[in-house]
Design a protein around this ligand. Structure first.
Ligand SMILES: O=C[C@H](O)[C@H](O)[C@H](O)COP(=O)(O)O
Length: 278
């Protein structure tokens, strides 16, 4: 990628972050979740630039990088397990590797997904921020695999089970120096990257009569996430699907995995906003 193209992508991420924070950051927020990755850096920058008193706000990190980001920005980090009992986060911001028409997301490209999911699930609202390359009508269109966090002791068994579900050549992710072996997550677990041969179906596809049960290799997003989560040794799946926080609250639950809105920055500085159906 040329340096011009790379800087256009960075500007796209920054534009998305600024718009997402401007439109959604709650006045007097007490608890704010901060995701992981390269785009979230611009979210923290945008929060810092708000004309708001942030001294009474606690920011909940989703891993090592996220915590460093919060602390380096001079904000107050509080670990998820130190939150007072019953705390609901006002909002959580995070990036994504791919987002479909129904705002289902693939996450974990940077090896963070477990903490991101528990933080999103504890938030009233989850806002996704990305550049426009991430917006595809179906998951597994441009991004080719599902990241899955697994216990090292079960990794080979999980690989076998993933093949039974139709994954083609799932693999344990290695560090950038392969002789150092598998990459370790913030939980000291492994990541398995599992490609599947077809883009994932949405609820709308299934409502239109397409079989998404995986029988002929075609999976609906939530059905696949559920099938993978059932494999013993899987800590979490890098698919964020199901209800949004607002939909969950309408049913008396706290948060949801799916964003209520996703912001996609373009290289010309414009931002496309997709909102979930309420
Ligand atoms: O594992 C990393 C996280 O799920 C990230 O939020 C995701 O990979 C998107 O990262 P980026 O903002 O760097 O594209």
């Amino acid at each position: 990628m040329s340096s011009n193209a790379a800087s256009a992508i960075e500007e796209a991420k920054r534009a998305a972050a600024m718009a997402a924070v401007r439109d959604n950051y709650p006045k007097d927020a007490k608890y704010v979740g901060i995701g992981s990755g390269t785009t979230i850096v611009y979210v923290v920058e945008a929060i810092k630039n708000l004309a708001a008193d942030l001294s009474r706000t606690s920011f909940i990190p989703t891993g090592y990088q996220s915590k460093q980001l919060i602390v380096s920005a001079g904000l107050t980090a509080i670990e998820f397990d130190a939150l007072p009992e019953g705390t609901v986060l006002d909002i959580s911001f995070d990036g994504a590797d791919e987002v479909d028409d129904e705002l289902n997301c693939i996450k974990g490209g940077g090896a963070c997904l477990f903490q991101e999911k528990i933080v999103a699930l504890q938030a009233k609202k989850f806002i996704c921020v990305a550049d426009s390359r991430k917006l595809q009508s179906r998951l597994l269109s441009s991004w080719k695999y599902i990241p899955i966090e697994v216990a090292p002791i079960a990794a080979y068994r999980v690989l076998r089970k993933l093949k039974e579900l139709g994954s083609v050549n799932p693999a344990i992710r290695l560090t950038t120096v392969p002789k150092q072996g598998p990459l370790k997550t913030d939980q000291d677990f492994f990541i398995i990257d599992a490609p599947f041969p077809h883009p994932l179906l949405t609820k709308k596809d299934v409502a239109a009569g397409i079989d998404g049960s995986g029988k002929d290799g075609h999976w609906e997003v939530e059905a696949l996430a559920h099938a993978i989560k059932q494999i013993a040794g899987v800590l979490e799946v890098g698919i964020f699907a199901g209800p949004t926080g607002l939909q969950a609250q309408a049913r008396g639950a706290v948060g949801g995995q799916k964003p209520i809105a996703a912001y996609f920055g373009k290289s010309d500085g414009t931002v496309l906003v997709r909102k979930a159906l309420q």
